[in-house]
Design a protein around this ligand. Sequence first.
Ligand code: 2PG
Length: 226
Amino acid sequence: MRLILIRHGQTPSNVRRLLDTALPGPALTELGEQQAQALVPALAELPLDAIYASVALRAQQTAQPLVEARGLDLQVREGLREISAGDLELAGDLPSIKSYLKVVYAWLLGERELRMPGGETGAEVLSRFDEVIREISEAGLQNVAVVSHGAMIRAWAACRAANTDLENPQKYDLSNTGMVILENSGGDAERPWRIVSWIGEPIGGPELADTHHDGPEIEEVNAETR
Ligand SMILES: O=C(O)[C@@H](CO)OP(=O)(O)O
C-alpha cells in the first residue's frame, strides 16, 4: 500500500507564522488555493483509490480540486487534524514555537506520555492518526492521498517509518502542499512504513513556494532547539 501525505495549502495564519491549530481553523489564502489546484496536474500520474482530509477547513479545501478531478468522495476524519498547540494556541513568538516543537521532538525520542501543555500527549496524537491509517489499510485500498498538517505529518512519519533519523527531526521540513510518500515495509510493528519520497516544497512547482510564509519559522527554531 502506498500512502501519500500532503500538507494543506497556505493560510493567513501560516503567513503570520502563528500556531493556529483549533478547529475549524482558517481558510486558504489565494496562494493556498493555487497550491491546491496545482495538486491536480502534479499528481496526475499517480493512481488514487481514495482521498482523505482532516476536519480542518484548510485541509478539506486543499483536497477539493483533487477530489473533483478524480470523481471521488472526500473522506473527512478527525484523527488527521493538526497537533493541538494547547495553551500556546495562536502564539507566534519564537519561544512559544520552540516550546511546541520541543514537545513534538521529545515524542520522537520516545517520551510519548509527555503532554503538550493544555493539549495532547504524543501517544494520543499518534494513536488517533494510526486509527485512520488502520481503517485505510483494512479497507484494502492501495493508493491513498491524505491531506493533513505540518507538525502532524512530520511527527507521524518520523515515528512510523523505519528509515527516519529521529535524532535530527529538523531535516524533515514540509512547506504548504509539500508531500511525503510512504510504503508498507512489513517488519517492525512500531515503524512499519518506509519513506520513499519527501518533497518539502509545494509539489505544484517552485513558483508556488512562499517559504517565509508557510507557518512558524521552523528553521530558526530548529537552530536553537537541538
Ligand atoms: O505549521 C505547522 O506545522 C502547523 C502548526 O501551526 O500548522 P499547519 O500545518 O496546520 O499550518
